[in-house]
Design a protein around this ligand. Structure first.
Ligand SMILES: Cc1cc2nc3c(=O)[nH]c(=O)nc-3n(C[C@H](O)[C@H](O)[C@H](O)COP(=O)(O)O)c2cc1C
Length: 365
């Protein structure tokens, strides 16, 4: 099975299944000498852990990362960085019933049809447990970006149709997103969502939502037309996460109903650092697939979690209709835990493009 590696120079491979011994990653191509300590990785993994508020799975993993190679005396060696996160809280018996029955909306059935053999425990490799490995790899990329003045931040912009204020609004509070269970940047909105989530939980239902991500401090010039445009690579990175059904940059789908004069971001002035100042950011920081020096802004739409508690009708392996009641510990909405994973995938794309950019021009090599 191919498709477990990502990136060209800063290249990541993830491995592991939900109820196997461990998940982990190998990061190849990270330059030597970058300061990196285990606490950086630990901190990012802690942000992906289930929070309270009944919105996240009750599976309590320790998520303790172990760096096996590539780091010496607190700095990267330039050799492959292998990080392993052992699985410690599997409850595989919850999945015995799912051995021969397919969950509607999950990957079980197509996986079985394609490969003919799968680890059904906890969703195997199609489980979001795999995203812990991406976050560990992303922590390395974020350390590299931080050294280069670039920061990446994501939060839940809406959950179950309830919208948080936009990042330009006075009510927007990014500190709040780090303390409530929904990763929503507004206490009032988070309280409203808490009520809605409780209602859905009682009904055995789940919810979707939107994660917004912004990257600041990006140099202009990231992204390689035509197939490796910045927005194309980010779309690929984010769409590779389970449950993502859409992505939009800047004004996104709303741009489709604007006039040209409304949609165009007027350039105002060249700054000393080679950046360009714009009157707006409908482009979301990308023009022609190349970063334009403005803040990178995109949003990803996540569907409701497919494993719901209420009874559903489905098919078994033999094609017989069955009634299914799903046991196991599942998120009700993925957004609070998906936001750090979106940050990780964004950081991986940006770190790779920052390194690739060095080869852009003969006169700067
Ligand atoms: C952070 C995160 C957490 C998730 N948690 C669950 C979960 O607890 N239960 C579940 O059935 N699906 C969960 N999913 C979604 C499934 O992984 C996904 O829907 C499934 O693999 C099918 O893929 P698709 O929705 O992209 O078609 C989660 C996804 C993410 C990104």
């Amino acid at each position: 099975m191919a498709g477990n590696s990502f990136g060209q120079i800063f290249r990541v491979t993830t491995f592991g299944e939900s109820h196997g011994a461990a998940v982990g990653c190998v990061v190849d191509g990270c330059p030597a000498g970058l300061p990196l300590d285990i606490d950086t990785v630990r901190r990012d993994l802690a942000r992906r852990k289930p929070g309270g508020g009944g919105v996240s799975t009750s599976r309590q993993e320790t998520d303790e990362p172990e760096i096996l190679s590539g780091v010496f005396e607190g700095r990267t060696l330039g050799t492959p960085i292998a990080i392993v996160i052992r699985n410690t809280a599997q409850r595989s018996q919850d999945y015995d019933k799912l051995k021969d029955v397919y969950r509607p909306g999950h990957a079980d059935m197509v996986w079985d049809f394609k490969y003919g053999f799968r680890d059904y425990r906890g969703g195997g490799r199609s489980s979001a447990r795999e995203t812990a490995a991406r976050v560990a790899a992303g922590a390395v990329a974020r350390a590299f970006l931080a050294e280069n003045g670039v920061s990446v931040c994501a939060w839940s912009q809406s959950i179950a149709g309830i919208e948080a204020p936009s990042s330009s609004d006075n009510d927007f509070d990014i500190q709040e997103a780090e303390v409530n269970s929904f990763r929503i940047p507004c206490k009032r909105t988070a309280d409203m969502i808490a009520g809605k989530i409780e209602e859905l939980r009682k009904a055995g239902e789940s919810a979707g939502g939107v994660v917004e991500c912004q990257a600041r401090g990006l140099p202009a010039g990231l992204g390689d037309p035509v197939f490796d445009k910045l927005d194309a690579l980010l779309s690929r990175a984010v769409m590779s996460l389970g449950a993502v059904k859409g992505i939009e940059f800047g004004a996104g789908f709303a741009a489709a109903s604007m006039k040209g004069s409304e949609s165009n971001d007027r350039p105002l002035a060249f700054e000393n650092n080679g950046k360009i100042n714009y009157a707006g950011n409908n482009a979301g920081g990308v023009l022609g697939g190349i970063s334009n020096g403005a803040c990178l802004v995109f949003r990803a739409a996540f569907k409701p979690v497919p494993s719901i508690a209420r009874k559903q009708r489905s098919l078994d392996r033999a094609g017989r209709e069955v009634e299914l009641e799903i046991a196991g510990r599942h998120d009700i909405c993925v957004c609070p835990r998906a936001a750090p994973v979106v940050e990780a995938m964004t950081a991986l794309v940006l770190a790779d493009l920052m390194l690739r950019r060095r080869a852009d021009r003969y006169d700067t090599i």
